[in-house]
Design a protein around this ligand. Structure first.
Ligand SMILES: Cc1ncc(COP(=O)(O)O)c(C=O)c1O
Length: 484
């Protein structure tokens, strides 16, 4: 077993890594920031590897935001008084900064602030003009916040369909996608939703699908929640109709804010199910009048988070100073190393100690790696035990199904029959259902890299992974699983 604090081992491994990873030294600015902006990680001894769950904020982001709050006076932007105007100006600046960050032309796109990516997806799902003969198409590989759109579609009488991903890489076969897109020809409205990057496998699905789907008459919802934190999205080149992001996944702070970046011409077709304060030019009671705002204002219910939104501009500036391409390169270098090391991990008898879900090499993928540890006899190590050992080493990772059941169903070879034969009966807990379906564990382990990851993090993770070599069994009494 490699000791997790083995500094000599770390220095030697890092030298080998640097020699084998040309160009990585160009990301050294992130080592400097790790020692300053993210110093709390090493001060606490934390190994943070859950960036797809949420990124980390730089200390200066919080300081700048707090300075703004301490020094300014800001009122509700729904007025025109001086403090209200001050808040409106900051919100408008942040809105423009979001569009700039994604190279979205202002005459083509609007930025609608939402509580998170889920809020953005819900705005589209509930407002899309679903009618009988319309269709909602999604890839198996999607977050539940995209899957949930099917409920709105069905309520409007539309049909729903899924394009499968294929094991072991968990990518979509383009010929299958084409068949699905062609089959929508007779629909009046049809929406295709997919993630630019999988929050399960790290697969980057092609942005070229946007063009393909448009050629077949589909509107496109591109979920960028897992993609945007470490990849460049250029909306002057690829033009999805809707883009969802969560800002805490991009730069850690503030939580509670995301955006729907939407094409002006497509949001005109959305039908809001209600109106509220902030979304109307005029409304009255006796005359039943409602005159909705146009653009972003029609979609931002009530008072926006006018003190939090300026922190979005601060976060975007932080990313811009580093450069998103530098972050991408960093994650690619460290992720490639970790991906290879994990797959090489063997028990003493030579049997594999891990099982990877998703692309085995760094090809069209991001820094999200899903896998399970295996016992020497090939059984999956209970992910709850992995959580227990990780916590002992101050390692933060994610375990479970990551709210992405479709990718998991393919990764774990679950068929429709297996899933429809068994019901989640009243009184059952998740563990009962997992046993009923015959799953070997509650999902997988997810390690994800981001802005502040350094070589020591992935090295310490591999030292921890070594502890699973030759583990024949896990202890009893692991906590019950409460959700996936
Ligand atoms: C790909 C993807 N889409 C959507 C979401 C939902 O994001 P939020 O929980 O911030 O609304 C997530 C969250 O992990 C995600 O990874």
């Amino acid at each position: 077993m490699t000791a997790i604090t083995d500094r000599d081992g770390l220095a030697g491994a890092e030298a080998g890594f640097l020699a084998a990873t040309p160009g990585f030294e160009e990301t050294a600015v992130l080592d400097d920031l790790r020692a300053t902006e993210y110093a709390r990680l090493d001060a606490r001894g934390d190994v943070y590897l859950d960036y797809t769950g949420g990124s980390l904020y730089a200390a200066s982001q919080v300081e700048e935001h707090h300075r703004m709050l301490r020094e300014g006076v800001y009122g509700n932007p729904h007025s025109v008084n001086p403090t209200s105007s001050a808040a409106s100006a900051l919100v408008d600046r942040a809105r423009a900064a979001v569009l700039r960050a994604f190279d979205a032309p202002e005459d083509e796109y609007v930025c609608i602030f939402t509580p998170n990516a889920t809020g953005a997806l819900k705005l589209v799902g509930e407002g899309y003009p679903w009618r009988p003969r319309d269709r909602f198409l999604a890839t198996f590989d999607n977050h539940n916040s995209v899957n949930g759109i099917r409920e709105f579609a069905r309520r409007g009488g539309a049909s729903t369909a899924y394009v499968p991903v294929e094991a072991p890489d968990l990518r979509v076969a383009e010929s299958t996608l084409r068949e699905h897109l062609e089959s929508g020809a007779e629909c009046a409205h049809h929406l295709f939703a997919y993630p630019a990057q999988s929050n399960f496998s790290g697969v980057k699905h092609p942005l070229e699908w946007i063009v393909l789907a448009h050629e077949h008459g589909w509107d496109v919802m591109l979920d960028c929640a897992a993609f945007a934190p470490t990849s460049r999205l250029d909306l002057s080149v690829f033009k999805p109709d809707f883009v969802s992001v969560s800002f805490y996944k991009m730069f850690g702070y503030p939580t509670g804010l995301g955006a729907l970046i939407a094409r002006r011409r497509t949001i005109e077709r959305l039908e809001r199910p209600w109106f509220s304060g902030g979304t109307v030019v005029a409304a009255n009671v006796q005359g039943d009048l409602v005159v909705p705002h146009s653009g972003h204002a029609q979609f931002e219910d009530g008072t926006v988070d006018y003190l939090g939104i300026p922190a979005v501009e601060i976060g975007l500036r932080h990313i811009e100073r580093i450069g998103i391409d530098t972050i991408s390169r960093r994650v690619e270098g460290l992720g490639s190393w970790l991906l290879a090391e994990l797959q090489q991990l063997r028990h003493s008898d030579g049997s594999p100690a891990t099982c990877l879900y998703g692309p085995p090499a760094w090809d069209r993928r991001g820094g999200t790696i899903a896998f399970n540890f295996l016992h020497p006899d090939g059984r999956v190590v209970d992910e709850r035990y992995v959580d227990v050992v990780a916590a002992q080493h101050d390692i933060s990772i994610r375990t479970g199904c990551f709210c992405n059941p479709g990718a998991g169903e393919i990764a774990f070879s679950l068929t429709k029959e297996m899933l429809t034969e068994h019901e989640f009966a009243v009184g059952m807990i998740l563990d009962d259902y997992i046993e009923e379906v015959g799953l070997p564990s509650g999902g997988a382990i997810r390690v994800s890299l981001g802005i502040a990851t350094n070589f020591a993090d992935v090295y310490r993770f591999m030292a921890f992974a070594e502890e699973f070599r030759d583990v024949a069994d896990v202890p009893d009494g692991l906590p019950p699983r409460l959700g996936c």
